[in-house]
Unconditional design. Structure first.
Ligand code: ADP
Ligand code: MG
Ligand code: MG
Length: 254
């Protein structure tokens, strides 16, 4: 059975129907890319899965590891291993990045019946994981996303994922505003975190990221639906032809 199973998912934002029947199966160990033009509902899908309260689910079901996800409060989803990196991370001045992360990790550990990590053990874990995305110690202890550049925010997101070891990672627009070095580092982190127990859904408007992260499946969203699914060649086709052909045929398929 799939780790993530989405059936006929409909959701609305501010009274407007955005997701119009999403069906998606993601197995453990798989990396799926979701592409699609701006406004097609990619971030809405990620937000619904993470339980962001902006979104109202009007129909459909989502199962994660065989259990109903939509009825599970957002904090419980996080503890169960659902991780959503932020597209435009909220800035929380005054809260240290590491403190924030240790709190999240220990909540997850308690939920699994594992012992909490003390400050020292956590610090050595964090230092080890920071190497993956080439973050230095000064960076790790800065306030959450305070004064981080776009590239740093994204590296921080991968760092958080490396520490939290989620079972389902949702990475939204990981390539936006990244120079090529940061892109490689982020992709390297994602590739290093591939695991047979973990599913990753990488959401991107651009094909470029997929030069570095080779997905098992590519899905294209248009107007709140998945209108195409295929292998990585679909991403190459999109790069060549743009989204125009998808949009037109997608609308026709409705
Ligand atoms: P994508 O990530 O594919 O660019 P989004 O999920 O961000 O698409 O947006 C899908 C649609 O939902 C867009 O038309 C967008 O304007 C609308 N939308 C998203 N968030 C909100 C919001 N908080 N309030 C009103 N409309 C929103
Ligand atoms: Mg957008
Ligand atoms: Mg988006």
């Amino acid at each position: 059975a799939s780790l993530l199973s989405i059936q006929d998912l409909h959701a609305r934002v501010a009274g407007k129907d955005i997701l119009k029947g999403i069906n998606l199966e993601v197995g453990a160990g798989e990396v799926h890319a979701i592409m699609g033009p701006n406004g097609s509902g990619k971030s809405t899908l990620a937000g619904v899965l993470a339980g962001r309260e902006t979104y109202e689910v009007t129909k459909g079901s989502v199962r994660f590891d065989g259990k109903d996800l939509l009825g599970t409060p957002p904090e419980e989803r996080a503890k169960a291993g659902v991780f959503l990196g932020f597209q435009y991370p909220v800035e929380i001045p005054g809260v240290g990045n590491l403190h924030f992360l240790r709190t999240a990790l220990n909540a997850q550990r308690r939920a699994k019946g594992e012992e909490e990590l003390d400050a020292m053990d956590f610090l050595s874990l964090a230092k080890e994981k920071a190497k993956l995305v080439q973050l230095d110690a000064a960076f790790m202890s800065r306030s959450v996303n305070e004064g981080f550049s776009g590239g740093e925010k994204k590296r921080n997101e991968i760092f958080q994922m490396a520490v939290l070891q989620p079972r389902l990672a949702l990475l939204d627009e990981t390539d936006s505003g990244l120079d090529i070095d940061a892109l490689r580092i982020v992709a390297g982190g994602v590739n290093a975190l591939r695991s047979k127990d973990r599913a990753m859904v990488v959401i991107t408007h651009y094909q470029r990221l997929l030069d570095y992260i080779v997905p098992d499946r590519v899905h294209v969203m248009a107007a709140g639906r998945i209108v195409r699914s295929g292998g990585r060649e679909l991403a190459l086709e999109l790069e060549e032809k743009g989204y125009g052909w998808i949009g037109a045929e997608g609308a026709g398929k409705a």
